[in-house]
Design a protein around this ligand. Structure first.
Ligand code: GTP
Ligand code: MG
Ligand code: ZN
Length: 435
């Protein structure tokens, strides 16, 4: 190894990193680099359109690798799947949070609102910077946010497409003689700003946050995993956000009967359901989806079927706007409070009391959800969330369910993310009692 190559293992680099694409763990100096010379198209794992990946032997004075034709390479990739990994991931520990739930349970809408809200709230209220690690990799999510929150015509109905099990949300890679799909990660850098109480320790506290948007079908029991381990992040995850959708539960629907005008709360006739792209009135056994997902987590982590998982579990009861009448006592204001001069924290006591209220509601309507969650983790929190704050309406032309951007009022959409950051890291977000 030449002198410059040793800079790759300088102290600022982590000793081991986890690939956000295939979850392979490797040492930074085993990373491959991405060639830039125009003659070096074609990679054995990624196909003819990708630039070749190579192990470097020569570096320039800036520490960038030179490809076999002398092109300056600045980007690095995973040695197993060859997909690109932003440079920051070699320096900052990665936190993976997984969003899971039935088809149509509200995962993609929640992801869009969660990020939109987090981008506004973290810098202004918690003195944390929150930025895309790489805008190209996050393009799909940025498009979701723009559709919802930055529409040209805020009065026009807009919607997010159902997440597919194949297509442009996945990378196709050839590994071990097999072509598999890997879900594209969304990556963010998070760290203290100069006003944060621990600004002096910014480099040690900063993290890369990694999220995915899966299709609900990929979580169904018996889902075909031959296309690829598309839910493999579950086993690496620090926090699981399980989206429980009350509108898909007949007992919840009847409890809301006459109270909610949300089209999803209406029990559709089978014939309507089949012809309706809005998929209202669908019913699914959501506790089995959670249990199946956790079996995958346990298999991935080598745990027995009765062992509790390492990460925290948040059961997010989605579409809060459509069932709020069932728990009129909950204060919808965000559960943040000043915990000292210039310091905002999460009001943990309020989160716990809301969790207790939501848990007892679930206990009354679908007790199996509560037992499934408690069998999985010792630290379950139940949380109401609404990505939109309003019911969708049916677009007369397409039959799709859509919302008008002007009406969007996300409620607690970012709270699961902030809570998970607070619990799974130290020093970034404080948990405490208001002063
Ligand atoms: N009332 C209400 N409806 C919502 C909310 N969030 C999402 N929806 C509706 O729920 C439906 C499904 O939402 P998605 O986010 O696409 O669901 P998903 O879990 O990503 O579904 P798949 O991609 O199929 O796995 C959409 O028609 C939305 O209009 C919400 O906060 N309130
Ligand atoms: Mg989706
Ligand atoms: Zn990889």
């Amino acid at each position: 190894m030449n002198e410059n190559a040793t800079s790759l293992v300088a102290p600022s680099l982590l000793r081991e990193i986890v690939c956000p694409h295939c979850w392979h763990r490797f040492e930074p100096d085993n990373a491959v680099w991405i060639a830039t010379h125009g003659d070096l198209y074609g990679d054995d794992k990624l196909g003819d359109d990708a630039m070749r990946r190579f192990l470097p032997t020569r570096f320039n004075v800036d520490g960038d690798a030179l490809d076999p034709k002398g092109g300056v390479a600045t980007a690095t990739a995973c040695p197993r799947c060859h997909l690109r990994i932003p440079r920051r991931q070699f320096e900052l520990p990665t936190l993976i949070f997984s969003i899971l739930g039935a088809p149509g349970s509200g995962k993609s809408y929640l992801l869009a609102s969660m990020l939109w809200q987090t981008r506004q709230i973290l810098p202004t209220q918690f003195h944390l910077s929150f930025a895309d690690s790489d805008a190209t990799m996050n393009a799909r999510l940025i498009e979701y946010e723009e559709r919802q929150f930055l529409a040209n015509d805020p009065d026009r109905l807009t919607w997010l497409a159902k997440t597919e099990e194949q297509g442009d949300l996945y990378d196709r890679v050839r590994i071990d003689e097999r072509t598999i799909n890997l879900p594209k990660p969304f990556l963010f850098n998070i760290g203290p700003t100069s006003q944060h109480p621990h600004a002096d320790r910014a480099s040690g506290l900063s993290r890369v946050l990694c999220l995915y948007d899966n299709a609900g079908e990929s979580f169904l029991p018996g889902a075909d995993e031959t296309l690829g381990p598309v839910t493999g992040h579950l086993g690496q995850s620090e926090a699981l956000f399980f989206c429980f959708d009350p509108t898909q539960d007949p007992r919840f629907r009847s409890a809301c009967s006459g109270l909610s005008s949300d089209p999803q709360m209406v029990q559709a006739r089978t014939s309507d359901r089949e012809s309706s792209p809005g998929r209202t009135g669908a019913t699914s056994r959501q506790d089995t989806i959670l249990t199946e997902a956790i079996s995958r987590v346990r298999r991935g982590a080598g745990l027995r079927e009765d062992q509790k998982i390492r990460g925290m579990l948040l059961v997010l009861v989605t579409k809060w706007d459509a069932w709020e009448y069932l728990l009129p006592g909950i204060d919808p204001h965000p559960p943040y409070a000043s915990i000292g001069p210039g310091r905002m924290g999460i009001d943990e006591a309020r989160i716990k009391s809301v969790s207790d209220a939501v848990q007892s509601l679930l206990q009354r309507t679908c007790a199996e959800m509560v037992s499934a969650a408690q069998a999985i983790s010792d630290t379950v929190l139940f949380m109401p969330v609404s990505a939109t704050g309003v019911s969708p309406e049916v677009d007369p032309e397409s039959g799709q369910l859509g919302v008008r951007p002007r009406d969007l009022r996300p409620r607690w959409a970012e709270v699961p993310m902030l809570m998970a950051i607070a619990r799974r890291t130290r020093g970034l977000i404080d948990l405490g009692k208001p002063k």
